[in-house]
Design a protein. Structure first.
Length: 253
């Protein structure tokens, strides 16, 4: 499962694709061609080299200094032969013994360390705008000026990508920032998802229901849903059913 990052760049690496989508396509192509028995270390090295080839050699020093201009994505990969799950970047998963109850699944993620700080800063700004009458829920869903207020800080935090947290962006991925889970030979059920689900549940229908509840009760994602006080760096844009791209995969090993 691959989730291209929303670009903060001033330009595109490709004429045809956004930076996040281009990175997603490169990773997807690499996975399809990778050896079945590839290890996590070989995967990190290989996928980094594949993405790096998309950069002009004349601009590689520029991308080294400006991570916000890179093509970037997160991914979560299951290796059948290694019986391992690899989380690179801010994806999430549920893991449980096959047949277990819904509340017996364990949740794992790999968030950016600054994400919650920025999300709370955006939420605080949105609440200030609403309280002062400078904005309404509807106006912020059309034009999220609260998000715009934290974009400079988001770009600044990106200077620490593949230092404080892992992503796939064509630069060396720190192995210690990649989460790896090795499974025994019992039967396990795994749910892998992007961070477009505020609440990840063991079935797609229940995860979608939680997303719909969030959109109804807290369309700005500023912690106003009492049953799930979720905050994010994005609101539910007017006319959209979600606040971010979402992917959901469930399987049993």
């Amino acid at each position: 499962m691959i989730d291209g990052s929303t670009s903060k760049a001033t330009g595109r690496v490709s004429r045809w694709y956004s930076n996040g989508r281009l990175c997603m396509k490169v990773i997807s192509r690499f996975i399809r061609k990778a050896p079945d028995n590839i290890t996590v270390d070989a995967f990190l090295k290989g996928v980094t080299e594949a993405v790096r080839k998309k950069y002009s050699s004349k601009r590689i020093d520029f991308y080294a200094l400006h991570p916000e201009e890179r093509i970037t994505a997160s991914c979560i990969v299951y290796s059948r032969l290694q019986r391992q799950l690899w989380i690179i970047g801010d994806c999430q998963c549920l893991v449980g013994k096959t047949g277990c109850k819904d509340d017996e699944y364990e949740f794992f993620d790999n968030p950016k360390p600054y994400e919650s700080i920025l999300a709370n800063a955006r939420a605080e700004k949105a609440r200030e705008l609403l309280a002062s009458g400078e904005a309404t829920i509807e106006s912020l869903r059309r034009d999220d000026v609260a998000r715009a207020s934290v974009i400079p800080r988001m770009i600044e935090s990106m200077k620490r990508q593949n230092i404080d947290y892992s992503v796939v962006d064509g630069f060396k991925i720190p192995r210690q920032k990649v989460k790896v889970f090795t499974f025994d030979f019992e039967s396990w059920t795994i749910v892998m998802a992007s961070d477009g689900y505020p609440v990840l549940r063991p079935t797609l229908s229940s995860s979608e229901a939680a997303l719909a509840e969030q959109r109804e009760k807290d369309p700005l994602n500023i912690g106003s849903n009492p049953s799930a006080p979720f905050v994010a760096t994005k609101a539910f844009t007017e006319g959209f059913t979600s606040f971010d791209d979402r992917s959901y995969i469930r399987f049993t090993i």
